[in-house]
Each structure stands twice: as C-alpha cells, then as structure tokens.
Design a protein around this ligand. Structure first.
Ligand code: FAD
Ligand code: EPU
Length: 338
C-alpha cells in the first residue's frame, strides 16, 4: 500500500480533467493491502471514493474524505470445457484486458475495445458498446465489504445487470470494493458485426471473413472518429443514458418527431438515442464558457480546458430541462456525480 497522502490533486485521476483536491489519497496494489486498509480507523471516520481510471466521474467539489485508487494488477486464464476463464485484477486497464484476449484468440470482448477505465469498474455500470455488454462475458467478481473487510464472490445472477446498471449502483452502492473480475470467453469466434457502422466499415476494407482482431480494430477506429480523446479534451464518454420509455409514449413523441432515433428494448419499451434528442435541441458542438458538447457526438460533454465540475453540472441541467420541455423525456445522468 502506498502511504496515505494528504491534499492530493485529483486532476490527473479523472478523464474530465477537473481540478479538485482529495483530503486523503491511497493506492492499493493487492487484496492483502485492501484488507489491511479496511481495518484502519480512517475508513470509518471518512467518506470514501473508490477510484479506477476516473473515466466515469464528474467532480463538482473537493473530496473531503479518502480516495482509494485501485491498482491491483494481473491477468490469468484457464482452459475450460467450453472456452476459457480469464481473471483480471481490478486495476488492469480495460483495454489491456481486451488486447490480451484478442491476441490470444479469445472471443467475447472485442466489441468493447478501447473503452477507457479499469476492469474493476466494468461491472459497476455493466459497460457496453457496439452490441455487447459486460454481462455477456461476465462469470463472477471478487469484492470486499467495506464495513467488515469480508471477501465475497458475486455470481452473474447476484450482480443484477441491466442497461448501464448493476446491484453495485443500487442496493450495494458504496458497500463493496471489487478486487478482480472473471470472464467467460470463447475460443470459437461468434462475432457480432450487425451493430452500428461495424459491417459498413468491414466492407469498405474488403474484409469478408473478419477475425476477432479485425473487429477490435474496426471498433477502435469508429470510436476514435466519434469520441473525443480524454488525453487532449476532458470528458467522461456519454454523459447521459439513452432514455427508455414506454411504447405508448414513444408513439406519441413520434407523431410530432417522425425522424426520432430509437431501438427496440424488450416488451412494451423503446430506447431513444439521447444524442439525437440533445442535437435536436441545438446543443451539438455548442460551447458554453469552458464546457459544451462534442462536435461529433452531442451525448458527450467536454471540458475545453478550465471547466469546473459545477459548470459542467449546470450545463447538464440545462440540457435535461430543454430536452424535457421539447420531448417530454427526462434524461438521466450516466456519469457518477461527486
Ligand atoms: P471510475 O470512473 O474510476 O469509477 C466509476 C464508478 O465505479 C465510481 O462510482 C467508482 O466509485 C466505481 N468503482 C471504480 N472502481 C471500482 C472498484 N474496483 N470497486 C468498486 N467500485 C469501483 N462506458 C461504456 O459503458 N461504454 C462506452 O462505450 C464508453 N465509452 C467511453 C468513452 C470515453 C471517451 C470515456 C471517457 C468514457 C467512456 N465510458 C464508456 C465510460 C467509462 O469508460 C466506463 O464507465 C468505465 O467502466 C469506467 O471505469 P473507471 O475505472 O474509469 O471507473
Ligand atoms: N445521434 C445523433 N446526434 C448525435 C449523436 C447521436 O443524432 O450527436 C444519433 C444518431 O442517429 C446515431 C445514434 O444517435 O446513429 C446513436 O449514436 P452512437 O452510435 O454514437 O451511440 P450512442 O447511443 O450515442 C451508445 C453508448 C456509448 C457506446 C455507443 C456504441 C450510451 C449512453 N452510450 O452511445 O457508450 O459507445 O452506444 O455502442 O448507451 C458511454 O457509455 O460512455 C459510451 C460512449
């Protein structure tokens, strides 16, 4: 365990690049260190913020408690009857795990290439992209209860995964720290190429029989063309979830807005493209002081350099209000607000 430091700048630890200070900060490199930390009084005496890559948070003020940065390393795999079980430490960079799988011919996570952040955060919001969600490859995860330091293995069923949702965002919010995640991957590629621009991109490259590696490359390129790179412009990806509404409400909105972009979402429900709703309100590429939306993707809020978290938050409030006024649909933030 690193020393518990005081008054640490969090700017390098959040992809929004918001300037904020943590009262206390510690980095954890193993499960043993985590158990040791959880036995200290500083845990009971302070608010806690568990941090991975900081790519899904917006800091609206200094953090007056203890930030626990999870940097537990390691990837291992074992052959099973019907595939491979791959286990990764919570601190492994998500895309490093994807590249490990791709280079070892293990299929299942290639559509999730280039999502920022760590393995430990991946079950929290059930990360997803290009037709695949974490839940499709999730086997189990190990986590430590903050209150007791006890270790527990969570099964797929126990995690209650949903669209950008899991038990860790609801009943167990702030109660467990994930130390590793186990994935079930396949050796025979059952590739998912129907979502978004994947097929068109493969065709333009004359790839008729794509490999896992082709999908990973194509998804990565599409992402780079649409999303801002946090190393040059601060952001946390989609700021809002795509809203899910009833089919009845959808039919009503569609009468006024026949071009509305939507996707089927189970019985009696429809998912709307929040980026479309936001763009229709005139926000795409809009710059408001130091914040705004990305020019190629209105769902992504950005920091043009010196935005405060409050400034970004107020702008998101304005977007929620205007989308609600125009379409009667309430956007929900996807990013964790602190
Ligand atoms: P952090 O931001 O550090 O933390 C996120 C939340 O998880 C916090 O509540 C934190 O307390 C909690 N947490 C983190 N680690 C642990 C742990 N070990 N144990 C318990 N709790 C923990 N997301 C998608 O789903 N799909 C995308 O396509 C996508 N694209 C993105 C593109 C860009 C450019 C950016 C910047 C973000 C994107 N995201 C996307 C969001 C983000 O990458 C994911 O939410 C990612 O899983 C966050 O990982 P992190 O390690 O950075 O988490
Ligand atoms: N659209 C617009 N204007 C915009 C943006 C989007 O009209 O400015 C419309 C277009 O019709 C477009 C459609 O919305 O075809 C969907 O856009 P896109 O393919 O970019 O995906 P998204 O629904 O905006 C979701 C995820 C992303 C994920 C992509 C790809 C959510 C909240 N976001 O975005 O995840 O990478 O699909 O699968 O579900 C994230 O969570 O941070 C994230 C980036």
């Amino acid at each position: 365990m690193s020393f518990i430091q005081e008054n640490v700048s969090l700017k390098p630890f959040n992809t929004f690049a918001i300037a904020a200070v943590a009262r206390y900060f510690v980095e954890i490199f193993s499960e043993d260190e985590l158990v040791q930390l959880l036995s200290l009084n500083i845990i009971k005496d302070n608010d806690l913020l568990v941090l991975g890559g900081g790519s899904n948070i917006l800091l609206t003020k200094d953090f007056s408690g203890l930030v626990i940065k999870i940097s537990i390393p390691g990837i291992s795999s074992q052959k099973e009857k019907d595939g491979f079980l791959v286990t990764a430490g919570a601190g492994v960079v998500w895309n490093d795990l994807v590249q490990y799988c791709v280079s070892n011919g293990l299929a299942g996570v290639e559509n999730l290439s280039l999502i920022p952040g760590t393995v430990g955060a991946s079950p929290i919001q059930n990360i997803g992209a290009y037709g695949v969600e974490l839940k499709d490859v999730f086997h189990s995860c190990s986590a430590f209860e903050i209150a007791t330091g006890a270790k527990k293995v969570f099964s797929y069923e126990e995690c209650k995964f949903g669209y950008r949702d899991s038990i860790f965002k609801n009943e167990l919010k702030g109660k467990y720290i994930i130390s590793s995640v186990r994935f079930h991957l396949s050796a025979s590629a059952d590739l998912k190429t129907t979502y978004g621009a994947i097929q068109a991109e493969l065709s333009s490259r004359n790839i008729l029989q794509p490999t896992i590696s082709d999908i990973s490359a194509v998804v990565s390129d599409i992402r780079v063309s649409k999303l801002p790179d946090p190393s040059t412009i601060g952001n946390a990806g989609s700021f809002f979830k795509n809203p899910v509404i009833s089919t009845r409400q959808y039919e009503e909105v569609k009468q006024s807005y026949p071009d509305i972009v939507s996707y089927p979402f189970g019985e009696g429900q429809v998912k709307l493209a929040a980026g479309w709703l936001i763009e229709q309100c005139g926000f795409k590429g809009k710059v408001v002081g130091e914040t705004g939306t990305w020019k190629n993707q209105a769902l992504v809020l950005v920091n043009h350099g010196h935005a405060t978290g409050q400034e970004v938050y107020s702008f998101s409030e304005q977007i929620i209000n205007e989308v609600c006024q125009k379409f009667g649909v309430k956007l929900e933030r996807e990013v964790n607000i602190l």
